[in-house]
Write a protein that binds this ligand. Structure first.
Ligand SMILES: [Zn+2]
Length: 166
């Protein structure tokens, strides 16, 4: 039987919502700073309204069997994308891009101080968040200083543990 009559394979596309695009651009820039070049092609990101929880329940990355189209689905609920904390939105997108564009799997081990080693952790949230409700304890709850380490680790899993992790 001839194969010439088979349905053509659909070409892959890049289609990312405006609200997410800045995080994708930031991901590319942060990779570039660390010597990792990422081509923005073959990526669909879309929102889904149902589903709630933390960590990995907030998103997923799939690849189509026929044409390899990558697709990230983000959950819109207040526990996921709907959280107003900017850093957590970014970390959620970066986690999924870690799966989809860097081929990373989950990494659930912890630093000796108890913080996750990686934003590829499947359960944790708030890796490098600012204080949601700063009431005079801003120094203790502001974790934004941790972002640089988590991005180093995302693009290079051999990054040594940071001083703050002890
Ligand atoms: Zn995941």
């Amino acid at each position: 039987m001839a194969c010439s009559g088979d349905a053509p394979i659909e070409p892959t596309v890049y289609d990312v919502p405006k609200a997410v695009e800045k995080y994708v651009q930031s991901f590319v820039e942060e990779g570039q700073k660390r010597g990792v070049t990422i081509k923005l092609e073959n990526l669909i990101i879309e929102f889904r309204s149902t589903g709630a929880g933390s960590g990995d329940e907030c998103g997923s990355c799939t690849r189509a069997v026929n044409n390899g189209q990558r697709k990230i689905t983000l959950v819109e609920s207040s526990l996921c994308w709907g959280s107003s904390i900017e850093q957590n939105r970014e970390a959620l997108v970066f986690h999924e891009l870690g799966h989809c564009l860097l081929g990373r799997d989950h990494r659930d081990d912890l630093l000796s101080g108890g913080a996750p080693v990686s934003i590829m952790n499947s359960r944790a949230v708030g890796f490098y968040e600012a204080c949601a409700y700063p009431i005079g304890n801003e120094d203790e709850c502001d974790k934004r200083y941790r972002r640089a380490y988590y991005l180093d680790e995302l693009f290079n899993a051999k990054t040594p543990a940071p001083d703050w992790g002890k």
